[in-house]
Design a protein around this ligand. Structure first.
Ligand code: FES
Length: 108
């Protein structure tokens, strides 16, 4: 599996998350305030909730349901109630294309 186009870079809003599906995998894509693009699993590990509907704060994405904030770098939750990490995917930017390989998880 190679990286696939997930969305356009120009459609991402700064400090907001966008839900995409790549090869059937739900992913939250975040453009942070430094201009870096992150991709983490979209499903909160505490419940069946879309993290992309949550809140970006620095390099974290907070679940709207019960407040666990997941690191966009490591995928780990920084506070309870979630305690299992979400996967982190490698992002490649090619012009205006955001490419993600849903099978490649970043080595932390
Ligand atoms: S469902 Fe995300 S913290 Fe509870």
């Amino acid at each position: 599996m190679t990286a696939q186009r997930a969305c356009a870079l120009s459609e991402l809003e700064q400090d907001a998350a966008k839900r995409v599906e790549v090869d059937g995998v739900a992913i939250s894509v975040v453009l942070d305030s430094n201009g870096d693009v992150h991709a983490i699993g979209d499903t909160c590990t505490h419940g069946d909730v879309s993290l992309s509907e949550g809140f970006v704060d620095g390099d974290t994405l907070e679940c709207w349901a019960h407040g666990s904030a997941f690191s966009l770098i490591t995928g780990k939750p920084l506070n309870l109630p979630a305690f299992e990490p979400v996967p982190v995917f490698v992002v490649t930017i090619d012009g205006d294309d955001v490419l993600i390989d849903p099978n490649v998880k970043k080595e932390i």
